[in-house]
Design a protein around this ligand. Sequence first.
Ligand code: NAD
Length: 251
Amino acid sequence: MYEGKIALVTGGASGIGAAAALRFAEEGAAVVVADMNRDGAEKIAGQIRDKGGRANAIAVDVSSEADNAAMVAAAVDGFGGLDAAFLNAGAYAQMPLEEHDGATFDKMVAINLKGAYLGVQVVLPALNRGGAAVVTASTSGVIGLSVAAAYSAAKHGVIGLVRSASQGFAARGLRINAICPGPVATAILGVTELPPIQPADALQTPDYGGMLLPQHIAEVALFLASPRSGGINGQAHIVDAGYLASYPPMP
Ligand code: NAD
């Protein structure tokens, strides 16, 4: 699906981003693995190279304008262009609203919303025609999350950003979409062991209310960043195995 293409993945050292970087590479893409965790990004890029793929790792803080420019340059100068950008890095803070302090709020907005905003700004002019960007929001960007209000507010903002950017992208033959994952078994929720990548058609649907695997989200990201989803633009796609589909949700 990505033979001869170039993909950039932020948050690529861990969880959803790592699964996506490995799957982009399996599908033939050269991959820039960007993350503030340099060793983790190097590890994933090394796994791709060990399998005969092409990958570079770059240490970035997505809330930095200069680092966003550097990661796009790593794709354009390092591999010759950019076809797919998965802007996925994020951070989570859980506490009751009344205990939120300004620093926590600023951090949630800086990484989750400003990071996405800076990424979209720099990715847009760099994408090859027919390319696409995918941004990781959350089901917490669609409904409120009372235990994580700043995170939820930032993820609501990500969806507004994606919708706002979509028209400008479309005028140039480019697309942008958001993915809104439900609970996924990753480090952000305290799960540190990344499950092995399996063939896409071997993925099982989690029990209702159970956690998805990083690869469930990665597969949707690959689809949304590919020409196979050419008719889909500016939308927020819930990927939660049905958790938000009916009310009341199961406890
Ligand atoms: P994760 O902790 O495994 O991965 C997050 C990655 O982002 C880490 O590698 C981390 O080093 C990186 N990162 C954090 N801050 C960064 C920064 N400032 N600059 C660059 N990299 C940074 O968690 P994950 O679940 O794979 O998270 C990926 C995305 O999915 C996040 O945006 C998260 O908010 C979103 N998400 C996760 C869940 C879930 O249940 N796991 C649900 C909804 C949305």
